[in-house]
Write a protein that binds this ligand. Sequence first.
Ligand SMILES: CC(=O)SCCNC(=O)CCNC(=O)[C@H](O)C(C)(C)COP(=O)(O)OP(=O)(O)OC[C@H]1O[C@@H](n2cnc3c(N)ncnc32)[C@H](O)[C@@H]1OP(=O)(O)O
Ligand SMILES: O=C([O-])CC(=O)C(=O)O
Length: 389
Amino acid sequence: MAHHNLDNIDTSEYPHINRGLDGIVAFSTTKSSIDGQKGELIYSGYNIDVLAEKATFEEVCFLLWNDRLPNKSELDELKNELISQRNLPKPVLEYIKTTNKNAEPMAVLRTAVSMLSDFETENSGDKAKDSRKHAIAMTAQIPAIIAAFDRSRKGKKIVSPLKEGSTAYNFLYMLNGEKPGDAAEKTMDLCLILHAEHGMNASTFTARTICATESDMFSAVTGAIGALKGPLHGGANTAVMNTLLELEKEGDSADAVAFTKKKLENKEKIMGFGHRVYKTFDPRAFHLRKMSKKLSEETGHEKLYEWSEDMMKTMKDEKDIDPNVDFFSATVYYSIGIQPDLFTCIFTMSRVSGWSAHYIEQSENNRLVRPRALYIGEKNLEWTPVEKR
Ligand SMILES: CC(=O)SCCNC(=O)CCNC(=O)[C@H](O)C(C)(C)COP(=O)(O)OP(=O)(O)OC[C@H]1O[C@@H](n2cnc3c(N)ncnc32)[C@H](O)[C@@H]1OP(=O)(O)O
Ligand SMILES: O=C([O-])CC(=O)C(=O)O
């Protein structure tokens, strides 16, 4: 709903007008809990700090899809299934190779994920079983799409997926054409864990809304990718990096405090700050900040980290607004050599686990999602023939 003056409009028919559905509960879930005052995030019972320290991304996928941790043989089975699903169908690879090299990676990812459904036609008829199969297929193939497009647009040979290794390890291998070290794999894996699930954010809401029409999981994930792409949501990580690179262009005279204040004076939003639910530090940003500091020092990007800290302090002093997950993830990805326009794709690689978990949950207890819009236009106008308008 646009910001209209409602003084002369009869709203009696609409008892629950709420711009942006702020605070509205539309679903129940066992997937995650967010305490926006405390800055607490829990995935299916486990605090994000515990998962960040102890889990792997594959364990988090199992947790979100089953509401419990896997035992050793269940985890091995899931890892093997993910490995077996990594190869892309030929027409999807052909599309990636032949599409416009200047296309936005998120747009290519959205189209390619949509195409994947054409090759998943052998359904068992058992919705739960098929949903699990589709969740695994997308989680395995999204990294392959991202890596293939990035290499193809740079004129490099597309690298076939490995028949071993974690999602994080295989993605870095397919992207860079060489096997990553332990530290790089761990960094990527931790990023995947931290981005996997986050309640009724805009993209997950989109996925559940699509699911609620009894449409398929590929449609739900395709729609969710479209929602995540926007700069007010997942697209903010790319926007954060562009802001830092804008600052870098100022050379030795760069002053992140003055830069931030000027943007605020001009009523510009500072990307990577603010959140609908968190009114304190995003718990995921604690981990990403630590990683950003370490990696920036190791890779000679100290200045980017220092500027990030300056921006953070300025936002706190001027607006009392804290960073969200997208702020420090930008410098983490940049420091491990990932190009800024791929950042939101990396987010997608992880969040597909949460979207598919919510799809499964919604299909188990479904009701169509259908809110109302307040009509603020005119009614019963006289019809004027076209030649008289
Ligand atoms: C993975 C994720 O999706 S995390 C979010 C990623 N998005 C971003 O980082 C983009 C920047 N942030 C924002 O645009 C917002 O904070 C959002 C979209 C995340 C949340 O939006 P809302 O819940 O609607 O908050 P809203 O826009 O009402 O903000 C409240 C106030 O804080 C201000 N504010 C919020 N975020 C920012 C920001 N990043 N920079 C400057 N001011 C901000 C708003 O201007 C508003 O001020 P006002 O009351 O004086 O008008
Ligand atoms: O919860 C939100 O609105 C946005 C967010 O942080 C996420 O999706 O991870």
